[in-house]
Design a protein around this ligand. Structure first.
Ligand code: FUC
Length: 818
């Protein structure tokens, strides 16, 4: 049996021309009823969860624009009148009273955000397949295909499922290795109220419905699913609600889904015509003619990064067993698999022209998913896009960048009506309708930095691509986000800094504020204000415009509060020294300044760097999935690879291993819990940051290599200013070889752990002063205010060498260890 299984595997893998098991999630059992065992496929618009069940296969279906509700706004018009009172209360230290008032006057009286909803499930029932053997299923990340294979009565059955990028349909290809043996019935189930399920005379299986009414907003998204089967041998017939395939040699199922959604203001599309047109175009093609271009379109992105940390015995185990043993055995291959899975998930859930990856990417089977499966923009949605640029998926940033531009439209009215400010803003959540009001409750929703933080992604995209025409296009968005701060910030009566009031440090509150999160001048609010001013100033200067506005921003920036080191040596989360060193809250928002921002630096702000480390030690390791993902990035920035690796171990544990913390499901989805995709993306970003960082004035290679990754190589990751690390190899913890392509030219400043030389032999110039490459400018962080009670702390750093190499656009530069 075991031999048979191995042979089978060999035959099938060789048969499909694939040899690389390093890029597969695979299992010896079907998913059963557990959604988190199923394997995700997607093309950015369509999402499918493939269960790989034998007699009763299920493919759960999502379409990225199928949401509850319709175009709507959720501002609270009472905010403006209440604002002075709320501000006064906060400045007087009456946060709890301010929160009560904000709950009435600022939190929406309308929708708290709409829900991302599933279309339904396609069921494939195979009579007589209850008993089977030689079962195997996989997600092949080289081809973006989910496959199930098993044997019944001496016949080997194979199914492949994909969500085609070029053809915009899902396709299931079924084969049997003996003729005439393939018989099954296809039907739907759906959780939508009053769906229409029927077959047509043309033997199409149709499911139609409408997104839910929710919180006073009428469901306006109409969707249509059409499934049609092309049989090879045998015959297809239809009942009222199913298609029945009998005695076929092979069959291909085409699943087309469309909605009437056009954009956040417009649902006038024709879901029937659209679903039919996708289907008809694809149906005329053979499976092979669908498969090949699908693989090519997927590989265009996926193959850009190669990552190898070596392999071990553990790599021979199924993925779920590897997950169980990861903390106790050496399994570097699971790290590279998980890393590439993050990239796979982004490619599958975020494609240009579509919606950004939401809290669950594009995979959700619930009508009322956790947190509506929408966009939480006080961390989660941003985290989804941390790997986009650096793991060479720059184009896939587009749906998020477009969402920010749309928020800059809807958020203008919110800024004006609620706060009497120009520019635009967003609170801590949004949805497909780009709602920008404050939701949930003031404790969570009274946070004003959603616009300014998401805008940083617009700037980041420029820093990686150097595309000035793009910068000119998005500049008004940056300017609008900065303008809101110009109008909204007010003088702090005690400290005389310019502060956001009301604001908060997302979802956390010090005991001193009676459990209220509302405050003025929280560290994160200040850091984000600093960043939106700085990036807008830089963008305006590059574009040579708005000199007077730049001047205003410079003046305002000078008046922002500096960061504070508090009595326990911690980076203060609030303006007053009220942090609790035993606070293990999942949000550590004040470390925004360490990552993703770079206001805290080992080289420029050593005391803040030490304080950030102290804060992270006090917060502890284990937390929700996304929080652990963020911590990988922070420990990488703190140049502590071993600690970052501990976080990866915690994250890559089956759910339940970490007491009160998240972990990972069998399908390697991150567990908040429940499933939330940000942790996957956060960790992929963090692993990149362990190997290469480029935000702090130089390209820093191997800044946080853990002892367990002594040998390895990575190629294809990107640094600011158009540099591509074409290939980087290390051994014994030392850099041995690096090739870097310069796409834009300019100075390449390299920070490395050991001496290197140019491959041709020429010696390198030691770097001094500021990096002359404009993409590497770092802003001066205002000097820290340090509590007299804080013990003096510095964080010793490993020695590094820094070199400057002038580069020409288009050339590749090779370096070897000296
Ligand atoms: C924020 C977090 C939660 C969760 C939710 C989607 O509210 O505090 O942990 O991730 O977003």
């Amino acid at each position: 049996m075991r031999l048979f299984f191995c042979l089978l595997l060999l035959i099938t893998t060789v048969g499909f021309g694939q040899t690389n098991r390093a890029l597969k999630l695979w299992y010896n059992q079907p998913s059963g009823k557990t959604w988190e065992n199923a394997l995700p496929i997607g093309n950015g618009r369509l999402g499918g969860m493939v269960y790989g069940n034998v007699a009763d296969e299920r493919i759960q279906l999502n379409e990225g624009t199928l949401w509850s509700g319709g175009p709507n706004r959720n501002d609270n018009p009472d905010a403006l009148a209440a604002l002075p009172e709320i501000r006064r209360l906060i400045f007087e230290g009456k946060q709890k009273e301010a929160e009560k008032l904000a709950n009435k006057a600022i939190i929406t009286k309308k929708s708290h955000g709409q829900m991302f909803q599933p279309a339904g499930e396609l069921h494939l029932n195979f009579p007589g397949h209850e008993q089977y053997e030689a079962y195997y299923r996989e997600l092949d990340m080289e081809r973006a295909v989910a496959k199930t294979i098993y044997k019944v009565n001496g016949v080997i059955f194979t199914r492949e499922v994909l969500a085609s990028f070029p053809d915009q349909v899902m396709v299931v290809h079924l084969t049997a290795d003996k003729p005439g043996k393939l018989s099954f019935a296809a039907s739907y189930s759906t959780l939508h109220a009053q769906p229409e399920i029927r077959t047509t005379p043309g033997r199409e299986l149709v499911l139609a419905g409408r997104g839910s009414d929710h919180e006073g907003v009428t469901g306006a998204v109409k969707f249509k699913v059409i499934t049609k089967v092309k049989n090879d041998g045998g015959n297809v017939s239809a009942t009222d609600t199913s298609l029945v395939i009998n005695g076929a040699d092979a069959a291909t199922i085409f699943i087309s889904i469309a909605t009437n959604f056009k954009d956040y203001r417009d649902v006038s599309g024709d879901e029937n015509a659209l679903a039919a047109s996708y289907l008809n175009r694809a149906y005329s093609k053979s499976y092979d003619a669908i498969l090949k271009p699908h693989i090519a379109a997927f590989q265009k992105y996926f193959n850009r990064v190669k990552f190898d940390l070596g392999t071990s015995e553990a790599a021979n185990l199924p993925t779920d067993e590897r997950l169980k043993s990861f903390r106790n055995v050496n399994d570097p291959g699971l790290v590279t698999l998980y890393y590439q899975y993050g990239r796979y998930l982004l490619i599958s859930s975020s494609q240009p022209g579509g919606q950004p990856a939401n809290l669950q990417g594009i995979w959700n089977n619930k009508m009322r998913p956790p947190w509506d499966s929408k966009y939480t923009i006080n961390i989660n949605a941003q985290m989804n896009y941390w790997p986009a640029e650096k793991t060479n998926l720059s184009e896939l940033h587009e749906p998020f960048l477009k969402m920010v531009q749309e928020l800059s439209q809807t958020g203008q009215q919110t800024a004006k009506d609620m706060y009497g400010a120009r520019g635009w803003m967003a609170h801590h959540n949004t949805d497909i309708w780009r709602a920008t009001g404050a939701i949930d409750g003031a404790f969570w929703g009274m946070w004003i930095a959603g616009g300014a933080w998401t805008s940083q992604h617009l700037w980041e995209h420029y820093l990686y691509t150097g595309d000035k025409a793009y910068l000119a296009r998005i500049y008004p968005v940056l300017k609008g986000a900065a303008t809101f701060y110009v109008d909204f910030l007010i003088n702090h009566p005690k400290y005389h800094w310019l502060v956001a009031n009301p604001g908060s440090s997302p979802e956390n509150a010090p005991a001193a504020h009676e459990g209220s999160s509302l405050d003025a001048g929280t560290t994160m609010d200040n850091q984000i204000a600093f960043d939106i001013f700085s990036t807008t100033i830089r963008a305006a200067e590059i574009l040579k415009k708005d000199a007077a506005f730049v001047d205003t921003l410079r003046q305002k920036r000078k008046q922002l509060p500096p960061m504070h080191v508090g009595q326990y040596g911690q980076l203060q989360e609030w303006l007053d020294d009220v942090d609790d060193p035993n606070d293990h809250h999942r949000h550590v928002s004040h470390l925004y300044g360490l990552f993703p921002s770079v206001q805290i630096s080992p080289y420029r702000t050593p005391e803040l760097f030490a304080a950030a480390r102290t804060t992270l030690m006090q917060r502890g390791d284990v937390s929700t999935g996304w929080s652990m993902g963020w911590k990988v990035n922070w420990w990488a920035r703190l140049q502590d690879g071993n600690h970052a690796f501990t976080l990866i171990q915690n994250q890559l544990s089956p759910l339940g291993t970490n007491k009160e913390g998240g972990g990972t499901y069998n399908n390697l989805f991150d567990a908040h819990p429940p499933f939330q995709i940000d942790g996957n993306f956060g960790c992929t970003s963090g692993i990149t940051e362990m190997l290469m960082q480029s935000a702090d004035g130089a390209i820093h290679l191997l800044p946080a290599l853990p002892d367990v990754w002594k040998e390895g190589s990575i190629g294809g990751i990107l640094a600011l200013g158009g540099f591509e690390i074409v290939d980087m190899q290390w051994a014994g913890g030392k850099l041995t070889k690096v090739e870097i392509r310069s796409k834009l030219g300019g100075n390449l400043r390299l920070r490395v752990p050991n001496a290197v030389k140019l491959a041709g032999g020429a010696t390198l110039n030691k770097a001094t002063g500021q990096n002359p490459n404009a993409f590497y400018i770092t802003e001066d962080t205002p000097a820290a205010v340090v509590s007299p009670k804080a013990a003096k702390a510095t964080q010793p750093l490993k020695e590094t060498l820094i070199y400057d190499v002038p580069t020409q656009a288009g050339k590749v530069y090779s370096f070897l260890a000296q």
